[in-house]
Design a protein around this ligand. Sequence first.
Ligand code: BG6
Length: 516
Amino acid sequence: MNKEELFINPLAEGSRASKPIEPCCLVIFGVTGDLTARKLMPALYNLAKEGQLPLHFTCVGFARRDKNDEIFRNEMKEAVIKHSRTKPLDEKLWENFASKLFYHKSSFDDAEGYKSLNKRLSEMDSTHNTGGNRIYYLATQPSSFTTIIEKLSESKLIYPYEENQSPWSRVIIEKPFGHDLQSAESLQTEITKHLNEKQIYRIDHYLGKEAVQNLLVFRFSNLIFEAIWNQKYIDHVQITVSEDIGIGTRGRFWEETGLLRDMIQNHLIQLLSLIAMEPPVSLDADAIRNEKVKVLEALRPISPEEIDQKVIRGQYTDGFVNGEQAQGYRSEENVDNESSRETFVALEMAIDNWRWAGVPFYLRSGKRLPKKTTEIAIVFEHVPNILFLQNQKKYEQNVLSIRIQPNEGIAFNMNCKVPGIASPIQPVKMDFKYGNYFGLTPPEAYERLICDSILGDSTLFTRGDEVLASWKYIDPILQHWEKNPKEAPATYKAGTWGPVEAEKLLNRSARSWRMI
Ligand code: BG6
């Protein structure tokens, strides 16, 4: 596979080849933050390296701090050296790339700052042939989203939307999109006063991960899986997103957010919708997102009476992770020492449609678990207990496990006869590993997503109704917890797989979490 093929998004709208990469200018708001240094700048550098940026391209960093183009370029160089997936830095390439980076100092609410930005961008259209096309990346605190969009609109930096327009303007919005249903709805109302939905690119970086993109290809290009992808053959589904890190320096953020908002509302629910959706009528972005929304709308709401039983929240205490001592959540920096904020959630979800009636979806995610891994496991029904039942023990169920990260791949567990006369039956595993097979490091999620936003392909971005449908499901749980603030989450030692209550959630129906 050559480099160009590597960047072909199999879910792209229409044919990628038919979409030329148009010139543009990318403006990053909040450019002095962590996200730019760790993800965005390394992604842009690697896109430049792969020849995936437009020939005529500039990137302007917009932030409050006092600095000039040169200081900004030097800082970005350090960031790329530290965080790029490809090493070492290609000096020659960097020089060329850095000549397209600029810094624009302004606060987010200063009309003058936008006026001068407009002037600067117009000059770049002449000096760098950027063609008037604009992408605004909001990598700021969510509280600044509306102000920035309003100001962009007032200074005519956002163009009124028209089909196939040229030049065009788009806005990329980082997560979280809202803090609860109400705030997400009002954010949506505010931004759509200035932007058409087609101009809005809401990021959920999990959708840019290579193995996540493969989910639809895997499901809808292989006959045998699609045929058994329903309640007749599937017993239940498990989605695990575990991290070994704690909340680090993000104590203040975490106290306000918690794991349900940070991970479940977006990343895990997005994975669920891709696993559960019906085949779309085409690969058009809206055709795919229509099917995802239908899944979210079919989620059975959890009633307040059921919440404590079906949604387990946990908080880590002192322990050991990867052989190193880790302090408990309440001792982390900027965390209340009586905090009841959750760092772990496991929940049982139901989808009320024909395909999934009676199939529980178990989701779990947490910080300070034994390792970093993301896996989706499809656990199939038992065979009838007629032929191979020994000592009243059922044989293991077939499991299809899709590893999203690390070691991207797909494994299938099945039962086999052990060679010999006694012939016991034993589960064995067929394992496909992307890395071994294709011999390539997949691009980082942000590379794919930035590239798609330049191409105007919104397939891998979440639509407004999707985000709201997901909040609609999550909101009653948040409200229930807020009404009962004294009920502290169950605790688990750092370095373990969450509180025992999470295990009991599955044990009730004679199931258990997979050992990953
Ligand atoms: C982010 C969350 O969206 O995803 C973080 O805010 C989390 O808390 C991160 O650590 C995990 O992303 P990844 O790509 O490292 O799995």
